[in-house]
Design a protein around this ligand. Sequence first.
Ligand SMILES: [Zn+2]
Length: 165
Amino acid sequence: MEGRFTDPGATVHEFADEVLVRCPVCGGCALVLAQVGERADDWADRRKHTRRLLRCGCGYAKDELRGCRVFGGPVDPYFRLPLWLVADCCGGRRLWAYNLAHLDLLEGYVGAGLRERTAIPRSMSLVERLPAWVKSAKHRAEILRTVRRLRASVPAGPLPRAAGR
Ligand SMILES: [Zn+2]
């Protein structure tokens, strides 16, 4: 029932090249992605301006040079739009993820009975930086329910990655 979770050592930055956001025009699920060849490897790279594409199924599209300024909250670090994957959870706290891979990592961690650390050089992994309330066993069931609800809120089918329809 309870599996083993081994921290892959990923940092939150590694999930920021594809961020699901709430479209400012239609309110639907939109995608902020790095232009091909513009993926940044580390924090210093990410603060430089790189081309970010905002795409929504309603046809809304934006391409801009953007530096990464806000990390670690329920806001897309580039266009500063509210994340799509965000929900109130466990008494007024906010559970959030940039994308489904990020959500999968949270689910794997929270759902596991045995958690193993992986030492990574320089920076702490996303898992190591999770707040105490996410790590607390008493919140496990509610967090897992919230994760499932968030996953179900993502529209089926591929999100648009090219401008226009
Ligand atoms: Zn839209």
